[in-house]
Design a protein around this ligand. Structure first.
Ligand code: MSP
Length: 615
């Protein structure tokens, strides 16, 4: 078995901003990548954007933008999507980049040299949104059988790929490698479609400039799917790159069910033509439906992952996406569902267990996990169950059963809560050390299996548990078997805040509620003294007279803009109830307010008695 693991997502069309379906696919893939890393594999995780083709070109034109600029902007958004989702991809491929274009040309040339590309005439129906060709027979009442939209009649000379030549080999592949297409139901659909016979595929577009130039004939560009599919090897530096030799063949191509045909028929046929090994598994995940309906712009039910992360955080979004159901099936998603899961499952179950445990350790054991004494049967039972669960969740993850693994994490934390309730360490001093040893270690083990799913949350648990790199970097199994005993923990803090969907809906962007403004304690303060701060280029240490609040000291980044002498004696606006912060050996208590325009900075002065409130 190779010790590398190569996993990819589909590359997203740069024709519109990312939606929740894109987020779903990236998160699914990230879970598997993180899990394989935790298992000790050398993982390479690729994602990116698909930037050519008629669909993208038309979208740019509609906006009156230059296509390259248009895709540059959108590609950046997809890259940001990975960041806000804590998706840890190793590379981001763009099909308009020369590293891809040049390698793609080599691929087409190699297929041509193999005798698999010929010139002919094409007549058929083209669906722009799917960038797919269809025959009369395949149309569904005259519309695209995939998305049910209008199709265009096309008749043109072009170049063809001998897909039909690979029909037998493909059928043999499905037969010999039962895991090639996952889940099974998708494979059946393919077989039904192949039954009608595979037709050669037109792989060029004439007189259409937004694409990779077709390397055999300047009058054409390469069909966008032949361009896009090749990203999985161009990103690795095919044909000669070290990464290609190291990581290919891919272990998993994660894609949505709508593009299974391209990945499980056209792509392996292209690879067969190139004489390159085939990927292990094409995993076709189901679609996210919104409130029971297909997501579509016209229905106005497209959810924006950026807004959801901003409102509820990355963990809540990842959790709600991942707990929807089995990967191969469609699952329902809505903001209401997200909030319900955040409140009932993350906050009430997981957050509650971890916080109860750590707070109890903090207040009763001086912030440490006690050494264990003789375990009772119920202690042993939970410890055993935890071990078993870590192993079983690992098996689920190997088998791409992400949701059942996640259910197991949540079930463990529920067990932890029940165990605490049953053993009542707050009443039973004799039992307390063992119970807290078990629960502290349970928090650690939960965080290990949680990490691929909710990496930010797991890291918070590690922080609060006081687990350092040496334990964090242990492999999945070793970390589980490592026991925390007589171990000092960090500062406990709630992991999740409960949320109310209505509040977000009422909120206008950049608006705060009046009661939030009222929380600010703004005061007039007189500058008594200004000093430099050793080791800090930009800071002044300012002593303030804040009337009845007494004397305060703040560190302010004003040194590049103002002279010490200009500040002394002025009465300025001062925020008095900002959490104090240690900086450069001093305690900064609050903030003086200043305004800036074109690099000129002035303090907000006021002619009010020091200490008076500013309303
Ligand atoms: N550009 C092609 C893929 C080329 S891969 C060589 C494409 N792009 S896409 O932007 O339309 O879709 C990107 C991925 O998101 C696909 O795997 C697609 O199935 C997935 N999803 C699109 N809508 C989705 C949902 N509503 N739910 C879940 N996944 C969805 O296809």
């Amino acid at each position: 078995m190779k010790d590398t693991f190569y996993i990819t997502t589909a590359i997203d069309y740069a024709n519109d901003k990312p939606h929740i379906g894109h987020a779903y696919e990236k998160v699914l893939t990230d879970v598997i990548a993180r899990f394989q890393k935790a298992r000790g594999k050398d993982v390479f995780f690729l994602t990116g954007t698909d930037e050519h083709g008629e669909k993208v070109f038309k979208a740019a034109k509609k906006k009156g933008e230059d296509p390259q600029k248009f895709v540059d902007d959108l590609s950046e958004r997809f890259r940001n999507l990975c960041t806000i989702l804590s998706v840890e991809n190793d590379d981001f491929i763009r099909t308009t980049h020369s590293r891809h274009e040049e390698a793609n040309k080599k691929i087409v040339k190699a297929m041509h040299e193999k005798g698999d590309i010929y010139k002919g005439e094409y007549e058929g129906w083209y669906c722009v949104p799917c960038e797919s060709y269809w025959t009369d027979k395949q149309l569904d009442e005259g519309k695209c059988p995939e998305c049910n939209r209008e199709v265009e009649k096309k008749k043109e000379e072009g170049y063809f790929f001998r897909l039909s030549k690979y029909e037998e080999d493909l059928l043999e592949l499905y037969d010999q490698k039962p895991d090639f297409v996952f889940p099974e139901s998708r494979k059946k659909e393919l077989l039904n479609r192949i039954e009608d016979g595979l037709r050669d595929l037109c792989i060029t577009r004439s007189a259409f400039e937004w694409g990779v130039p077709f390397p055999i004939d300047d009058d054409y560009t390469t069909y966008v799917w032949v361009d896009a599919l090749s990203n999985y090897i161009t990103a690795l530096g095919y044909p000669e790159g070290d990464k290609f030799n190291k990581y290919w063949p891919a272990n998993v191509h994660m894609i949505g069910k709508d593009i299974t045909w391209f990945h499980a028929v056209i792509w392996p046929a292209m690879l067969m033509s190139l004489g390159v090994d085939l990927p292990e598994t094409v995993c076709a995940h189901g679609f996210l439906n919104l409130g029971g309906e297909k997501m579509s712009k016209s229905k106005g039910n497209v959810l924006d992952p950026f807004e959801l992360v901003e409102a509820y955080g990355t963990d809540a979004l990842r959790y709600s996406l991942l707990s929807g159901g089995s990967i191969g099936e469609d699952s329902d998603f809505s903001e209401e569902l997200l909030v319900k899961k955040l409140n009932n499952e993350l906050a009430d179950n997981l957050g509650n267990f971890v916080h109860r445990t750590l707070s109890f350790l903090n207040s009763n054991f001086g912030g440490g996990i006690p050494e264990r004494e003789e375990f009772t049967e119920s202690d042993e039972e939970l410890v055993e169950e935890t071990r078993r669960t870590v192993d079983e969740a690992g098996k689920d993850l190997e088998e791409l059963s992400l949701n059942t693994a996640l259910e197991k994490v949540m079930a463990l934390s529920k067990k932890g809560n029940q165990y605490l309730n049953a053993n009542e360490p707050w009443k039973n001093e004799g039992r307390a050390p063992n119970v807290l040893n078990v629960c502290g270690n349970l928090c650690k083990n939960i965080s290990i299996i949680l990490f691929p799913f909710l990496p930010d949350c797991a890291e918070k648990i590690w922080e609060q548990l006081g687990i350092d790199e040496s334990i964090r970097s242990k492999e999945w199994g070793d970390a589980k078997d490592f026991e925390l005993s007589d171990h000092e923990i960090g500062e406990p803090e709630p992991l999740f805040k409960k949320r109310d969907i209505q509040t977000r809906k009422k909120e206008e962007p950049n608006m705060i509620e009046f009661r939030d403004f009222q929380k600010l304690d703004l005061r007039a303060a007189k500058v008594k003294n200004v000093e430099e701060v050793e080791g800090a280029d930009k800071l002044f240490k300012i002593s303030l007279d804040v009337g009845s609040l007494g004397e305060r000291t703040v560190a302010a980044g004003l040194k590049p803009y103002l002279d010490k002498e200009d500040l002394k004696g002025k009465t300025v606006a001062y925020l008095a109830n900002l959490e104090p912060k240690e900086m450069y050996g001093m305690k900064s208590e609050g903030m003086v307010l200043a305004g800036e325009k074109n690099g000129t900075v002035k303090l907000v002065e006021c002619d009010i008695e020091p200490g008076a409130r500013i309303h």
